[in-house]
Each structure stands twice: as structure tokens, then as C-alpha cells.
Design a protein around this ligand. Structure first.
Ligand code: FAD
Length: 425
């Protein structure tokens, strides 16, 4: 069978559905080819700052929302009153998407525009001056003017340059009940870096933190996380650390409702080659925030602009797939965003090298920035100028050991700084 659409989106994860629905809104004829069914449950839990969904008018898509949001960057101490135990209060709501509602939100927009669904695995691609042809494992042929690869971190066709080792965030988490509440009721903890459960030797090993939330009805979600590392920490190490952390507080698990057996999130995926004749979107296209690992807010904000640019250039029927893709890439990764990405990746390199104490000190200073600055940094919503200013402020208020770590150039850091200065065409 052979079909024709304006744009063919590969993949139906958050990236695929976000761009497909935005293209549908532009009244293009859109096809989706995915290895998974449209309503297949997504594997992860998607967190987002409350303000991000509010600004998009999508707060109804949240399943949970917390206003008691804190982090801990002290050393930790068993005495509750100790200064070392003090919380950094974020005064910024945080939420978890109801992922079924989020999926329905995008699917509704697609289905209203009669999107053409194909279930199958894309295995062949041919792009010439007039058409792009994708073939599937079972012999289906789909023609389109533009192919958008949204097949995740190991994309089907996108060419992504090899810029060295990929830093991976690893997590081990449980949803369960405990003999006493492991965190305060109604609380969300972004990062608990307290480390008084570790011995001196372990404090020199790669640091990990607790990401935790009260899920209601006596259930809590606790996740031991390593921010980004190469090679990544093993799940066994993370599991042991979580148990030690709880034991240290005299807390035991009484019931496990759900156990995450190890999640891996690549953090510093390079921006793809912007000269290729297909477009990318989502995790495949380097859109994951290198500092936070978050993506969904960015998908929601960036999809309409990219879809608008693609729809506009498609009005000219003489444009080749490559010319259309080029316009799409420039809308997705304009120069300013690429410069910011280089800075974020530079920052991640630094964080990966920091030891326990340095990292705690770094984050303490980071969250001492104004709320607009740290929130804007984490959501990639600062302008380049604002980002540079925030990073400079961060440097000036940092402790000496952090300043030295930020100043000292190692590995690919210099290369990333050069990329910030000159991100190419
Ligand atoms: C552990 C973890 C936690 C995360 N937590 C958050 C969070 O809290 N907040 C946040 O914003 N982001 C988070 N992310 C980041 C990001 O939101 C997710 O990784 C997201 O799933 C990426 O979406 P995607 O659509 O780009 O890719 P995917 O979700 O991987 O979807 C890929 C799609 O492509 C299809 N596919 C693959 N190959 C082919 C092929 N050859 N042909 C056809 N179809 C194909 C698959 O079936 C699937 O439908 C997290 C990521 C991970 C790994």
C-alpha cells in the first residue's frame, strides 16, 4: 500500500504527538507511523513546574500538584533542629501530569483533523527532490513532503553527530507505604542531597539525591537519582543507597505498590545535523534539557512555532523536502537556542565532575538566585542574555571550591564554550 500526506511523523510518544497535533492545527495532512498503538500507556512519569502548565493554560492536565516544594543541600544530621537539616524552600508549585489526559489532549487534536494512523516500524527512508518515502518492516510505503523523526533517544533515521560519551541520569524508585512518613505530608522534594547516611569513602563516590513526593492515602514515591554521569551508576547501587537513606532515618518499607527497576535518561544528546533532509522532534532531536532532563514543557512550547514554519514553507509547492526540513530546523534550533544549549551542556559537564560537598554547595547557590533566574534556567525560558547573566551571578555568589570547579577547564568543556561563541550556521 502507498499513501500520501504532507508530513509524516515517526513515533507516538510525547514528542511525536506534540508535533503531529501542532501540524494538524496548521491544517496540514498529517500521518503518524508508530511502532506502538495510539493509546499505548507511556512508560514514564512526567513532572513539570506548575507555572509552566499554568502559562500554557493546561493545568487541568495535572494529576498531582504540590505547593510545599523543597530541596535539601545541607550535610544532614539526625537532629531535626540542626541547621544542617534546613530545607531550601522553592515557593514554586510542582506537578505530575496525568499522562493519559496529556496523551488524550494531543490525540484529540490529531483525530479531529483525521490524522492518518499507521502502526508499524519504519525501516527504510528515501528522500529525493520532490518526495520522502518511508517503508515499514511489513512492506508499507508512505510518501510525504516532510518526514519528522520523533522515535526517541535512538532515532530511526536522524543523523546525530558523535560528540563523545552521553551522560545518563539513572534512577531507582518505589511507590509504597512506610512505617512512618518518609517525608512531610503534602510535600514534594526536588532534591535531597543530605548524605549523613554515607561513610567517608562513599561521600567521595558519585553523589546521588532523593526525589520524593507524597502521593496521598499514605503512599509516597521515593526515587534515588544520579543526576548525570558517564558511565552511569548501577541500579543496584541506587537501590542500596535508598535503603540506607531510609534506615538512617529509622524508616522501613511496609508495602511496595510499584517498583521502578531502573530508568535511564540520556541528558546531553547533541543537536542533530541541521542539514539533513528530514526533521526531528522530541528526545530524538536533542530537546531534552541537559540540566534537568525534562522535555514535556519544551514540547508544548516549541511545537506550534515549528509547525507554523513548516506549514508556511509548504505553501510553496516547489520546495523540496530538504528545503522544508531546513526551515523546520531553523525554527526548532535557532542560533540563540543552540548557543544556550552549549552553555547548558557546559554546565552539565561541570556538575558531573563535582564531588558531594561541591555539588551541595553549588545547588545552594543556584537556588539562592532569584526565582525568575533559577526557574528560567530550569525551564529554558531565559533569553541568552538573561542566561549568561544568571550563570555569572551564580559564579559570583558561589563558594571558593565551586568557583574553582567552574573556572577549571577539563574534557570537552572548552569545546562547548567555543560552540557557545560560534554555534555554526
Ligand atoms: C526515566 C525518565 C524520566 C523522565 N522524566 C521526565 C519528566 O519528569 N518530565 C519531562 O518533561 N520529561 C521527562 N523525561 C524525558 C522525556 O519526556 C521522555 O523521555 C519522553 O518519553 C521522550 O519522548 P519522545 O516522544 O521524544 O520519545 P519516546 O517517548 O521514546 O517515544 C518514541 C516513539 O517512537 C516509536 N518508535 C521508535 N522507533 C520507531 C520506528 N523505527 N518506527 C516507528 N516508530 C518508532 C515508539 O514506539 C514511541 O512511540 C523522562 C525520561 C526518562 C527516560
Amino acid at each position: 500500500m502507498s499513501t500520501n500526506v504532507d508530513a509524516l511523523v515517526l513515533g507516538s510518544g510525547p514528542g511525536g504527538l506534540a508535533i503531529a497535533s501542532a501540524l494538524c492545527k496548521e491544517k496540514l495532512r498529517v500521518g503518524i507511523l508508530s511502532a506502538t498503538e495510539p493509546r499505548e500507556e507511556w512508560p514514564y512519569t512526567y513532572g513539570i513546574w506548575g507555572k509552566e502548565v499554568d502559562e500554557l493554560g493546561l493545568e487541568k492536565l495535572l494529576k498531582y500538584r504540590w505547593d510545599n516544594t523543597v530541596s535539601y543541600f545541607g550535610e544532614g544530621s539526625k537532629e531535626k533542629s540542626s541547621k544542617k537539616n534546613q530545607a531550601t524552600i522553592h515557593s514554586q508549585d510542582y506537578g505530575l501530569f496525568d499522562k493519559q489526559k496529556l496523551q488524550e489532549y494531543w490525540l484529540k487534536q490529531c483525530e479531529e483533523s483525521l490524522v492518518e494512523w499507521h502502526i508499524g516500524t519504519a525501516s527504510g527512508l528515501d528522500v529525493n527532490d520532490s518526495i520522502s518515502t518511508v517503508t515499514t518492516n511489513d512492506g508499507k510505503i508512505i510518501n510525504s513532503r516532510l518526514v519528522i523523526d520523533a522515535t526517541g533517544y535512538q532515532p530511526a533515521f536522524l543523523k546525530v553527530p558523535n560528540e563523545g560519551d552521553i551522560a545518563v541520569q539513572t534512577c531507582y524508585g518505589i511507590v509504597g507505604k512506610f512505617n512512618s512518613p518518609p517525608i512531610e505530608r503534602n510535600q514534594f522534594i526536588l532534591m535531597d542531597y543530605r548524605c549523613d547516611h554515607l561513610n567517608e569513602e562513599e561521600k567521595h563516590a558519585p553523589p546521588t539525591f532523593l526525589y520524593a513526593m507524597d502521593m496521598g492515602n499514605d503512599y509516597f514515591f521515593l526515587e534515588e537519582t544520579s543526576l548525570g554521569l558517564f558511565p552511569p551508576l548501577t541500579i543496584k547501587e541506587l537501590k542500596e543507597r535508598l535503603h540506607r537513606r531510609l534506615e538512617n532515618k529509622g524508616i522501613s518499607i511496609t508495602h511496595i505498590e510499584h517498583e521502578e527497576h531502573g530508568l535511564f535518561l540520556p541528558m546531553n544528546i547533541p543537536i542533530p545535523d541541521l542539514n539533513q533532509p528530514i526533521l526531528g522532534f522530541g528526545g530524538a532531536a536533542g530537546m531534552v534539557h541537559p540540566a534537568s532532563g525534562y522535555l514535556v514543557g519544551s514540547l508544548l512550547r516549541r511545537a506550534p512555532n515549528v509547525a507554523g514554519a513548516v506549514a508556511n514553507v509548504m505553501k510553496d509547492k516547489t520546495k523540496t523536502p530538504k528545503e522544508i526540513a531546513q526551515i523546520g530546523w531553523q525554527a526548532l534550533w535557532p542560533k540563540e537556542l543552540r548557543r544556550k544549549q552549549a552553555l547548558y551542556q557546559f554546565g552539565l559537564e561541570k556538575l558531573m565532575r563535582f564531588k558531594e560537598e561541591q555539588l551541595r554547595s553549588f545547588f545552594k547557590s543556584f537556588f539562592a538566585l532569584s526565582k525568575d533566574e533559577w526557574y528560567g534556567f530550569l525551564t529554558n525560558s531565559l533569553t541568552l542574555k538573561e542566561l549568561v547573566r544568571a550563570m555569572w551571578s551564580m559564579f559570583t555568589i558561589s563558594a571558593l571550591n565551586v568557583k574553582w570547579g567552574l573556572f577549571e577547564m577539563k574534557g570537552r568543556e572548552l569545546k562547548l564554550l567555543l560552540k557557545f561563541l560560534n554555534p555554526g550556521i
